[in-house]
Design a protein around this ligand. Sequence first.
Ligand code: FE
Length: 519
Amino acid sequence: MKKLSFAALFAVLLTAAALVPAQKLNVLYTNDLHSHFDPQIVPWADKTRPIGGFANIAALVKREKAANPNTVYFDAGDFFAGPYVSSLTKGEAIIDAANYLGLDAACVGNHEYDYGWENAYKQFQLAKFPLLNGNIFVKGTDNLHWNKPYIIKEVNGIRLGIIGLHEKFAFEDTVAPVMVKGVEVRDEKVYLRKYIKELQPKTDLIVLLIHIGIPGTQSTGGEKDVIRNHQHDIDLANAVPGVDLMITGHPHSGTPTPIVANGTIIVSTDAYTIELGKLEITYDKKLDKITDYKNHFKYLYDDEVEDDPEMVRVINKWKDKLRSITEEKLTTLTAPLTRSYSESSGMGNMTADSMLAAYPEYDLAVTNSGGLRQDLEKGVVTVGQLISVFPFPNTIVQLEIKGRHIREAFEHGAGLTNGIVQVSKGVQFTYDESRPVGSRITKFSIKGVPLDDEKTYKVLTSNYLADGGDGYFAFGKASSYKLTGVDILDAMIKYLKQFRSFEPDTEKRAQNVTPGKKK
Ligand code: FE
């Protein structure tokens, strides 16, 4: 065969380059991993086959990257808060394990601040992958709390500008004020515009990793209980043009079909490691835009993926370290303890009852559905499992508060943005979802007597709710507020320990009585 001269070869290559179809890029994505090291049964997805876990995610990321080097993996935050390994290490174990996930970048989520802003900073420093945030500031200064707003990464000739932000609303809605005293979050739209402007001349595509919207449901029923949407994501895409791909977290609501708003492709997963999303992107450099995309979205069944051995080693290291604390037996459940976001649940009843048991002279105890993070199977319950149920360092607060403010707080719950309140024995209420938010409660009694708006009640709740967490601002209207310093988790441990065997009380103390509502 005749040899081509260098010039001729160069010309051929140039022509070939012009004809090369647009470049391809695979984006793997997750959000709200919430420390779920182990595969789990997700009752609303599959009743028998465990799904997810860090070792499966790590293995799949490796497999995808080996099959196609033009693959990147991004996460949209909330590594902490979940099984006990997060609480007992204040997130350290989770960052340690996340270092083996194969992440190319991630943003921080609200739960990274569960153990305080100083702890968050300490743990962020352990991350070996780019962890991004560009709008949480040290209070009263122009210094970013975690100074890494974006990175630029080139893959297959495509220059990606990857920005990390946290929505102001989502942060203030779901962090305990006492834990974030030293930081403040500023308007994400302002900072998104600023970073896009800085990145656009140097990059081809803008990728936004953001924690945004209304919080995810904490319910055994999952999506069937209270439907979540991505309206805040859509609003942001409409308000700030220029983002090509938005990977979002917080509502725990997956997008089997990506949402497209104002030219921005929006994707998210259902949380807890149960899916690893994959978006195949075709980018046309000439047109400077994504011309095609295909989304792959399915449950990550444990029996379909081999565990990544490196990740297994890291997980076992942390479990072994904590074993002496976590394996203490508390009681034996005669039936599973499950959760609900729209009604009272066995788990919610048990939590509120254990708070009331600590101070039986009080009228009622109230806790938020969002604070209950895991179901318990029938059988032995250990300390570790209970920490996984309630992974927050919240303490009991004693309030004296008028009936009308209690009603206002319960009405906020019945609005379902943050889930209804879970209540102690003796409290009964019903609500109708078809009525306007703020006037949904149709019946409300305490120990058989209708709630008196003018009467002052003695209420136990968490410091999180008493300080307005989850939007429960009405508790701030209490005439008296006293911190007990007693951890809710300790009250639960003490309560369960009294019973050799514990029979869950599934009495419907809070009921959704919306006409025509399917159960
Ligand atoms: Fe989350």
